[in-house]
Design a protein around this ligand. Structure first.
Ligand code: SAH
Length: 209
């Protein structure tokens, strides 16, 4: 059976740091125990509250677009069970992750500790408001879909930073890469169509900036 890192490399993601992070992160730890046998498949897995943890290749594609070098402070919205959080933690300096469901956040903290990940802080809050106390962020990744980027997240992105988020559409969500230039959020390019759960929060329906 191909490893997740092999699957991701064969899909065209060749960054050695990304592939090393995938290889070093046991996905079994980041899924419910009853699904551990499926953790090495490139498939979404239910984690409760009607939420799935995304398939690893999609997570990798979103993280790849952030071009992390190891120095960045990252904001993640939608911690889930913490798999993406763990990959981000391998690739950046510090990760601030926000999850709206307290029990999912608790699972994520447990799972991250079990995987030996320490440069992460998981908060229970409405992530659409971002985390003003820790801004600006060099990179922002949102794991749930909304029609536009919530204004606070655009505002908390550093100049030249990168933001990846699924933008909801009629047929599919379009995972989209943005950056910030001269204080404004700029759309760089669509990455891939995908299906995400809706982003639920105060600023989930508001216009850009
Ligand atoms: N990154 C996770 C994705 C989990 S699914 C993974 O791949 O494993 C999306 C998550 O976003 C769910 O856990 C859901 O509860 C969370 N979510 C939705 N809206 C949110 C909001 N406004 N603030 C924080 N978390 C939110």
């Amino acid at each position: 059976m191909r490893t997740l890192a092999e699957i991701i490399r064969q899909m065209g993601m060749t960054d050695p740091r990304l592939l090393a992070a995938v290889a070093a992160t046991p996905r079994e730890i980041f899924v419910p125990p009853r699904s551990a046998g499926r953790a090495q498949l490139d498939e979404p897995i239910p984690i409760g509250h009607g939420q799935p943890t995304s398939q690893p290749s999609l997570v990798a594609q979103m993280i790849d677009a952030l071009r992390l070098t190891g120095t960045e402070t990252v904001l993640e919205i939608g911690t889930g069970y913490g798999y993406q959080t763990a990959l981000l933690a391998h690739l950046a300096h510090r990760v601030h992750s926000v999850e709206r469901h307290p029990d999912l956040a608790a699972h994520a903290r447990t799972n991250l500790a079990a995987a030996g990940v320490t440069n992460v802080e998981v908060q229970v809050a409405d992530g659409t408001a971002g985390l003003p106390a820790h801004a600006p962020f060099d990179a922002v990744v949102v794991s749930a879909a909304a029609p536009t980027v919530p204004g606070p997240l655009a505002g908390q992105l550093a100049e030249g930073g990168r933001l990846v988020m699924p933008i909801s559409g009629d047929i599919a969500d379009i995972v989209t890469l943005y950056t910030k230039r001269q204080g404004r959020l700029v759309r760089v390019r669509p990455l891939t169509p995908a299906q995400f759960v809706p982003l639920v929060g105060k600023y989930a329906g508001t216009a850009d900036l």
